[in-house]
Every structure is written in C-alpha cells, then in structure tokens.
Design a protein around this ligand. Structure first.
Ligand code: NAD
Length: 372
C-alpha cells in the first residue's frame, strides 16, 4: 500500500503512526481535514487482518468524518484513530491509554478524540488524564457515551427517509431489520419498538441478542440472513462494508438507514442501489448524532440540548434526499458534494486550523471548557 499516494488522492492532511513498545500500543491517527475546525472523530479498537487494512480503515473513516461534520453544519473537521487491538477481551492498561493520549496531545488539538467501536467512556477518562483533547469523558462537563444520541439521530433520519419514500414518516407497522445490537443498534431498536415498528435483530454476539429479545418485543435473525430478509428498512448498526456489488442482489428492503460508518463497500454501490430502487440514507448523514453530541461539550454540555440538536438530522436528511433527487445523483454522491460545497464556503482562510485558535471549535459560542 502506498500511504502517501492514498493520502493525496483522498485529500488527507496528516497521518500519524504511533507505537509504544513498553505497552504494545500500535495506532494510526488520521487527520483528513481541519478546514472547518479541529478534526474530531472516534478511536476504534479493532482486530485488523493486517496493517494495510488498519491504515485503509483510518483513511476512509476520517474522510467520512469530514463530510459528516460539514453536512451537520458543525465547525469541525474530520479525523479518526484506529488502535490495532487483537483481543477484545484484553484489559486496557492505563499506561497504554496514556501513551495513546500523549500521541493525541502532541497534535496540539488538530485531532480531538472520542469513542468509537471497541472504545469505552473509561478509555476516554484515562486518556483525559494526560490530554485535554479528548471528549466523551464521564467527568462533569463531559458528554459521556454518545450512542443514545446517535441512535436518536438515526431514528430521525429514518423518519425523513420514510416520508421521502412513502409520503409519511411514521414508522408504526414498518418492518425494520437492525444489524448489530451494540450501543447504537440496541437503543435504535428500543426507539423503533416504542413507536410501533416490527423489529428483527441480529448480532454476532449471541448474548447481546438474547438480552434484547428478553427486554423488547423483537425477533432474532441469523447473521447471514440479514440482507435477504424481506423488510421495509434495513438498519446496519455493526461495522462497515455491509452492501457490496456482490451482495446487492440479495437485498429485499426499500430503505437502508443505519448507524454504522461506511456501510457501502464502494462508491459504485451508491449508484447501484439507486438503480435498484433502494433508498440509501448516507451513513454520515444518519449517524451524525454522535459528533453533534460531542460538539455540545465545547460550549457547556446538556443532554437535552444534544438531543434537540440531533433532531435536526431529520431536516438534514430530507434536504439531502431532495437535493439528490433534484441533482439526479445517488444520495451518497449528492451528500459528499454538499459537504464539499460547504467546506469551500466556510473553510478557514489558510485551509487549516491552527493550534491555539479555539474560535473554530466552539461553533461561535463562548468557550466554557478550559483547554491549554
Ligand atoms: P458496538 O461495538 O457497541 O456495537 C457493534 C455491534 O455490532 C456489536 O454488538 C457487535 O457484536 C456487532 N457486530 C459486529 N459484526 C457484526 C456482524 N457481522 N453482524 C452482526 N453484528 C455484528 O458499536 P456502536 O457504538 O454501537 O457502533 C456501531 C456502529 O455505529 C459502528 O460502525 C460505529 O462506527 C458507528 N457509529 C457509532 C456512533 C456512536 O455514537 N457509538 C456514532 C457514529 C457512528
């Protein structure tokens, strides 16, 4: 893999490779863009097939964060970190998290960390002992776990997509398949059941499926049946690359709208879905609740305010789908164009955020959190 060439092609500003032999830390921090403000994005602890796969994931996820922040109307850029983490059950020692925190700190605020798959609020708290450039902490003023806000945002996006597709947003009686019932998927299932949707769930973790079946009126599905199960809405809430050019023919849904990042394996799938008549809500539009939640932390956090801000995802989704229709483009491509247009208009004059300038990351409001 030629990392520099890939960075150039995708427009990445900076990629940092981190090792700390005493603790075994191996991580990649990708800063895609700081044109609208410091890059913000989660840290993913994951087992990758090889190092190239980890780099590729960091590049794709950080680019999507740039688009997500831009379409959500935030003054933030896009970044992401991945930690090569082979055993999900292995305990994370403070020394390792401090080493990761120091690497984030050395970027001087150009990358602000948050939770992603595999990460916990406890990890954020531990990193926050060595750097202020971390969000989602449990201490006063911290926004904690963003997943409930993300799930609510996905629900709002589904409502808009239903309105676009069927002329009414109500999800009552709609058949929804939720793939992955972790932090986001489980909460989304709760919201859907509360609104009268007929929900089926699947997860590679059988214990999570059982816990949710015991708690809610939902039915389990085998993992390999997710794509081919007839439903109105498929909600991918596990990992990315769910729909590929090879699996697209299996789909028996009318809408795809979920919380997972990078749900489509390639840009071609976006166009192929439109050809097939499946309405795809771009993942970075639907799952922006997490980043919207974190952004509240900069100006004084309140969960009610975060939920209220996340409810705007309904109008944003409606706008993206209407624009895609007007431009005669698949929704994913239209949303990326909308993000780039916003960046052109609102980018800082130098095109990059300068450490020490807090203005861009307070979304214009007074800074209430003291950062060095
Ligand atoms: P999580 O780790 O809590 O949950 C993911 C779940 O998916 C787990 O239960 C896991 O067992 C399951 N899973 C993995 N592979 C699967 C497969 N092939 N089939 C079925 N289930 C599978 O993570 P999360 O925080 O709920 O995030 C879910 C997705 O949403 C991720 O793609 C994440 O990047 C994205 N996302 C999360 C947030 C957030 O606020 N947590 C914000 C934006 C985007």
């Amino acid at each position: 893999m030629n990392v520099i060439r890939e960075m150039e092609q995708s427009g990445h500003e900076q990629v940092v490779f981190v090792t700390d032999p005493p603790t075994g830390l191996r991580a990649i921090i990708a800063v895609h863009s700081t044109a609208l403000g410091p890059s913000l994005g989660g840290i993913r602890f994951w087992h990758y097939a090889d190092d190239d796969a980890a780099v590729h994931d960091a590049l794709r996820l950080s680019e999507a964060m740039t688009h997500k922040a831009a379409v959500a109307g935030l003054h933030q850029g896009g970044g992401k970190a991945v930690v090569l983490w082979d055993d999900p059950l292995e305990e994370r020692k403070p020394a390792l998290l401090h080493a990761l925190g120091r690497a984030v700190h050395e970027l001087g605020g150009r990358y602000i960390a948050a939770e992603d798959v595999g990460a916990t609020t406890h990890d954020m708290d531990s990193m926050a002992e060595v750097t202020p450039w971390v969000t989602g902490v449990s201490t006063p003023g911290g926004s904690g776990d963003p997943s409930p806000v993300t799930a609510f945002g996905v629900f709002c996006a589904m409502w808009a997509a239903s309105e676009h597709r069927w002329g009414e947003g109500s999800l009552r009686g709609k058949r929804v398949v939720v793939e992955g019932v972790g932090k986001v998927g489980a909460e989304l299932a709760r919201l859907l059941v509360a609104k009268g949707a007929i929900v089926q769930i699947s997860d590679v973790d059988a214990l999570r499926v059982k816990a949710l079946v015991d708690e809610l009126d939902v039915n389990p599905l085998p993992v390999d049946a997710v794509l081919r199960t007839p439903c109105d809405i498929l909600a991918p809430c596990a990992l990315g690359d769910v729909v590929t050019l090879e699996t697209i023919d299996e789909l028996k849904c009318e809408i795809i709208c979920g919380g997972a990042n990078n749900q489509l394996a390639s840009d071609e799938v976006d166009a192929a879905l439109a050809d097939k008549g499946v309405l795809f809500v771009p993942d970075f539009v639907a799952n922006a609740g997490g980043i919207i939640n974190i952004a509240q932390e900069f100006t004084g956090y309140s969960r009610d305010q975060a939920m209220s801000e996340a409810s705007r995802i309904q109008t944003t989704t409606a706008k993206v789908l209407a624009t895609a229709r007007a431009w005669d483009l698949p929704p994913g491509e239209a949303a990326v164009r909308m993000a780039r247009e916003r960046i052109q208009v609102d980018a800082s004059p130098s095109g990059r955020w300068e450490p020490g300038d807090p203005a861009a990351w307070t979304n214009g409001a007074p800074l209430t959190k003291v950062r060095p």
